[in-house]
Design a protein around this ligand. Structure first.
Ligand SMILES: [Zn+2]
Length: 393
């Protein structure tokens, strides 16, 4: 990719005059879009970064994911396609460049610079749908400090066609986590249904409530879940109200409107042994988290996703528990699907206390709290190959 960047730099110097003359009326200068960041920054998308989810709730990353990764399509000569795409781009044939960059990203979805130039080519070809998708993918697959991410975010914010959307980074400890919903290249994509079980007031045994579920604890729980009578023997959590379970389901269903769009699908099951995601209760989940999502750890045949919701916190909300619980449940299910935290207080995935004060200001509405920012981030995640992809049962 280094060669592409050098050529684009040269191209920018030569063509700055015509581009500014042609496109100067637009809200962002062409020079901004064609200034490729140093190629070293794009490597950040692939190298591990440290970061701990903090705030309203946390999501703990699981293992490497099960073996459902799609193999690279080696039949495509991406280098040759890149050269052709660049040639079209330099000739200002953005429609052709768009098509060629599209082929490149089909083979190399996690190449941030290819996604970025697909977005730029599409923008100047007038294909705003594809621009939005490609630039959202750039933001989602990189840490916020990445220069491609910052340029993509600025374009999405500044061009009125994108209605100021603000996708957010979904990199957890350097990786993208998601559920596997596609087959190998060449086969038709098929949606898989994530099966969810929500406990009606049950908590995990002593030693597994009130603190973080470490890798070892999760793995021993997977073994316990297989034991006959395990779920039937679980005790009830303190301060549980019988309506809690229905409100949790309502919060999860706030994501249901994305299912017909072909991104993810899910259903509720009565038998926890059939479930991919298990919601339990706890008096306190520990730290400043009121909910916590633990991704499936692999190396265990029966790895599942575990979500904890704290009752002590809900008790403090008094008569407003329903609104808070629905929002918390919706937020945790966003983590289950692979989303991280947004900095925007309006987004359901905002992970900071500011969202609580935001909600206190707004009128209660029965509408889903999932925003367009949450949606475009989720869509981008499921258009990209993940570093860990969780198989449904
Ligand atoms: Zn959270």
């Amino acid at each position: 990719m280094a060669a592409v960047h050098i050529k684009l730099n040269q191209h920018r110097r030569r063509s700055a005059i015509w581009t500014m003359a042609l496109l100067g009326i637009l809200s962002i200068g062409f020079a901004d879009l064609t200034s490729p960041p140093d190629i070293a920054s794009s490597a950040a998308a692939k190298s591990p970064t440290k970061g701990q989810a903090k705030g309203k709730s946390a999501a703990k990353a699981g293992g490497k994911g099960k073996a459902c990764r799609r193999g690279a399509d080696t039949s495509v000569d991406v280098e040759a396609l890149q050269r052709q795409a660049l040639a079209a781009y330099m000739k200002r044939d953005f429609a052709a460049a768009k098509q060629l960059f599209q082929k490149c990203v089909t083979a190399r979805g996690r190449d941030v610079s290819l996604q970025y130039y697909l977005g730029v080519s599409s923008l100047y070809a007038g294909d705003f749908d594809l621009t939005e998708r490609a630039l959202c993918r750039v933001v989602v697959m990189t840490p916020p400090q990445n220069q491609f991410s910052q340029l993509a975010a600025k374009t999405l914010k500044d061009w009125k066609q994108f209605c100021k959307i603000q996708p957010y980074s979904l990199i957890h400890d350097g990786r993208l986590l998601r559920w596997c919903n596609e087959k190998e290249p060449g086969e038709k994509t098929k949606m898989k249904t994530i099966k969810i079980w929500v406990a009606d007031g049950l908590q995990l045994p002593a030693g597994y409530v009130g603190g973080e579920l470490t890798t070892d604890k999760c793995k021993s729980l997977y073994g316990m879940f297989r034991r006959p009578g395990f779920f039937e023997g679980l005790g009830r959590v303190e301060h549980y109200i019988s309506g809690y379970r229905d409100v949790v389901i309502k919060g999860i269903n706030d994501w249901k409107w994305v299912a017909p769009l072909g991104i993810v699908d899910f259903e509720f099951v009565d038998d926890p042994r059939r479930a991919d995601v298990l919601y339990f209760w706890c008096p306190r989940s520990g730290g400043d988290s009121v909910g916590c999502t633990y991704y499936p750890w692999t190396g265990s045949a029966d790895a599942v996703c575990i979500v904890h919701i704290e009752t002590e916190y809900l008790r403090r909300w008094g008569s407003r528990w329903s609104k808070e619980l629905r929002d918390t449940s919706c937020h945790e299910f966003g983590h289950v699907l692979g989303l991280g935290h947004s900095d925007n207080e309006m987004d359901v995935m905002c992970g900071h206390g500011v969202r609580i004060s935001y909600r206190a200001k707004v009128e209660y509405s029965d509408a889903s709290p999932v925003t367009r920012n949450d949606f475009v981030s989720l869509r981008a995640l499921y258009e990209l190959p993940g570093d860990a992809e969780f198989e449904v049962k």
